[in-house]
Design a protein around this ligand. Structure first.
Ligand code: PMP
Length: 429
């Protein structure tokens, strides 16, 4: 077997290998950027020195304070101080940073129970179960729910954790075009006619993290009811960030959350913490507690994390908390409008706080990111394989914590970079 530079057998097929060796090398210094502050509205990044050829880098004592358009801090709950940070500190004094066990084995504390009950009430469902990692909630939860003989109808832009979960489940997977309900219905009807599936489950997301698009949930729910299918919905980017009551995409689309068979989400984006949950009927949650590997075999959510989420969720049930959701929406609308006026191509729904700005080629990722960092703006670039090969983009994440002045400073920097590199693609004929 061919071995790569570090001596490991290659993980990828040959094209991806070729890509990671020869093309990705040119942009990899833009990734793994170390930070030395909280990921709040401003962030301090370490301007490390990269030895590009050998995949190594050294930390330097040069740091740069940047306005942060890169972290998932939609509601601004990633603050280092204040009532939520205090709640986390109290929990860490009482329980420690971690419980040294999975939930099923001495790893459950009262905070977990409180969080599960509060999340169920917040979402308007019967029960929830929480996990230490959002990624594992999908990748280890799906195999507990689906198996050989089940068919998953999966959106083409689904997150890696969903794709991995479906593979681990050994379910048959058929992919439908992104947010295309007519295509979904066609393949669902064809599958029903085959009469060989024990269960057919639609698997999709609320807000798509690379596209900034929002699922047409009312149509999906009507379709699943019409055809007798089940629905697994990943709310990682939408819970907290969408809907007048911050309850996520069900709230935003006016859908009854109990119509979603499996409602999954994370605490990593809107709640300033980490971890995931699955919400649904009490029967479903009992099943996952017994059959989900993450509950039995992986470490429980850390208690300070649970305390932070509880405090953020409670804050979201107050008028001041809900104001954050409106500020996020206003910031998003303002930022998207100003980007459009610049002539750049943006993707996604007007209300989505994930704002992809297309730079198309891979080399533009490093060119834009280097120039933005030099101007005091921290952002994230994404390219293949997270996107199609020539659809590289910067992925801006808006936050309720951004002030208008901060957004204006960022937009001025982006404008300079866009003009310098000629990225006004929407003005080209
Ligand atoms: N689902 C989706 C749609 C995501 O975007 C992500 C992470 N970005 C995850 C799951 C995994 O969540 P976590 O980062 O909390 O592990």
């Amino acid at each position: 077997t061919e071995r790569n530079r570090e001596g490991y057998a290659p993980l990828y097929n040959s094209f991806e290998q070729l890509y990671s060796r020869y093309v990705y090398r040119r942009v990899r210094h833009c990734f793994n950027q170390p930070i030395c502050s909280t990921p709040a509205a401003e962030v301090t990044i370490n301007e490390r020195y990269t030895d590009d050829y050998n995949w190594t880098f050294k930390f330097t004592d040069r740091t740069r304070r940047c306005i942060n358009l890169g972290s998932y801090n939609y509601l601004g709950f990633a603050e280092p101080t204040g009532p939520r940070a205090d709640a986390a500190a109290v929990a860490s004094r009482r329980y420690g940073l971690a419980l040294a066990s999975p939930r099923a084995e001495l790893g459950s504390c009262l905070l977990h129970k409180e969080l599960e009950e509060t999340t169920a009430r917040f979402l308007g469902v019967e029960a929830t179960i929480v996990f230490g990692m959002g990624f594992a909630t999908n990748s280890l939860g799906l195999p507990g729910l689906l198996g050989p003989g089940t068919l998953a109808l999966s959106d083409e832009n689904n997150h890696a954790s969903l794709i991995l979960g479906l593979r681990q489940a050994r379910a048959t997977v058929r992919v439908f075009r992104h947010n295309d309900l007519a295509h979904l219905e066609r393949i669902a009807r064809a599958a029903i006619a085959e009469r060989r599936w024990t269960k057919i489950v639609i698997v999709l997301e609320g807000v798509y993290s690379m596209e900034g698009s929002i699922v047409p949930l009312q149509g999906v729910v009507a379709l699943k009811k019409r055809l007798g299918l089940q629905l697994y919905l990943d709310e990682a980017h939408s819970v907290g960030a969408l809907g007048a009551r911050a309850r996520g995409v069900t709230d935003y689309c006016g859908v009854d959350p109990t119509d979603i068979d499996v409602l999954m989400g994370t605490f990593t984006k809107s709640f300033g913490a980490a971890g995931g949950y699955i919400a649904g009927s009490a029967k479903l949650i009992r099943w996952i507690r017994a059959h989900g590997h993450a509950h039995t075999y992986a470490h429980a959510m850390s208690p300070p994390m649970a305390a932070q989420v509880l405090a953020a969720m409670r804050a979201l049930c107050t008028p001041q908390g809900l104001r954050r959701v409106r500020t996020l929406r206003d910031n998003t609308h303002y930022f998207r409008r100003r980007l459009r006026e610049m002539g750049v191509v943006t993707y996604g729904h007007e209300d989505s706080p994930v704002v992809p700005m297309m730079v198309f080629t891979l080399s533009n990722i490093s060119a834009t990111l280097e120039r933005l960092t030099a101007r005091g703006v921290a952002a994230v670039g994404v390219g293949f394989p997270a996107t199609p090969l020539y659809k590289s983009r910067l992925r801006f994440c808006l936050s309720a914590a951004h002030s208008r002045e901060q957004l204006d400073t960022c937009l001025a920097a982006i404008q300079e970079v866009v003009e310098e590199l000629g990225l006004q693609y929407s003005r080209r004929r």
